[in-house]
Design a protein around this ligand. Structure first.
Ligand code: TA6
Length: 281
């Protein structure tokens, strides 16, 4: 554990081949993953990101819990990304370290959402340099609760005009650019970006690709997270977002492994687990 330049606690994970990842206790938030043969930064964090709790960090992997977007009565994307998490366990081995962060329902959380839970984020760099993130939620109360969830990952790209997200052909999606959202069917084999895109693809394949033509391909493999949001704010939304530079929409795409269409219900004592593995080629 170290302190960031902004004075926040963060953990730096390293493996033997020089792959690194950084995780902030604020938000249980992964902000960096440097991997691949070129050891490049593969996650985007805005130059205007505000590292001041309870503000969520703009970029990296915000954890949306217990609500994705406005799918419920809570504030946008729930509150997990705004809270200070604790270190649950740190396992060190020759292959590198695995960090598990924990957000438990305390007074503040219970005021926002009256359900007793433990939310964990296990973050590991695999020996091959993949970034493995395993979120889990345990119901530690005496009544059922229901939630939606997303890993709102911001991927760094050379330029959004070079980017395609594949794995979406034939899928149903919710178009979030209209109110109320409208269900549509994707006819194309890939999503490209010529304006704002904000869609919730439902029941997607467990493998999606973020193809940055002429540069690299990120493969996102997921389990327990059936849906995937694809988002780029484009010009107007970028300008309207205070903690995002006006031109920064060129530099990232969000592809968000999520469970939204069919929310998760946990009985007392039950645990939900999911996994996202990112690899680069
Ligand atoms: O997941 C897409 C989305 O819900 C968009 O609608 C967009 O507003 C984005 O997330 C960012 O939300 P935020 O609350 O972080 O500004």
């Amino acid at each position: 554990l170290t302190q960031s330049t902004e004075g926040l606690d963060k953990a730096v994970l390293k493996n033997a081949d020089g792959t690194t990842a950084e995780v902030y206790l604020h938000g249980g938030h992964v902000t960096s993953w440097v991997s691949g043969s070129k050891k490049e930064e593969l996650l985007f964090v805005s130059e205007k990101a505000i590292f001041k709790p309870p503000k969520a960090i703009r970029g990296g992997i915000p954890v949306c819990f217990p609500q994705f977007s406005d799918f419920g009565p809570l504030g946008q994307h729930g509150f997990a990304r705004n809270q200070l998490w604790a270190v649950d366990t740190l396992e060190e081995s020759l292959d590198g370290a695995t960090l598990t962060l924990l957000l438990r329902s305390g007074q503040e959380e219970l005021q926002k959402w009256p359900h007793k839970f433990e939310l964990r984020m296990r973050v590991q760099i695999a020996t091959n340099g993949n970034l493995v993130v395993q979120p889990s939620v345990k119901n530690i109360g005496i009544e059922d609760f229901t939630f939606t969830f997303a890993l709102h990952t911001y991927f760094a790209v050379s330029d959004i005009s070079n980017v395609e997200v594949t794995g979406v052909q034939g899928l149903e999606y919710l178009e979030s650019l209209v109110t109320p959202r409208r269900k549509e069917k994707e006819e194309r084999s890939a999503v490209d970006f010529k304006g704002e895109v904000d869609r919730i693809y439902l029941n997607t394949p467990d493998e999606l690709r973020i193809v940055d033509r002429g540069n690299r391909t990120i493969t996102l493999k997921k389990t327990g997270l059936p849906d995937a949001i694809v988002w780029n704010p484009w010009i107007e939304k970028a300008k309207a977002t205070a903690d995002l530079g006006d031109e920064e929409y060129h530099q990232f795409v969000c592809v968000e492994a999520a469970v939204v269409g069919d929310p998760v219900t946990l009985q007392p004592g039950q645990t939900w687990t999911a996994q996202q593995v990112l690899s680069v080629s």
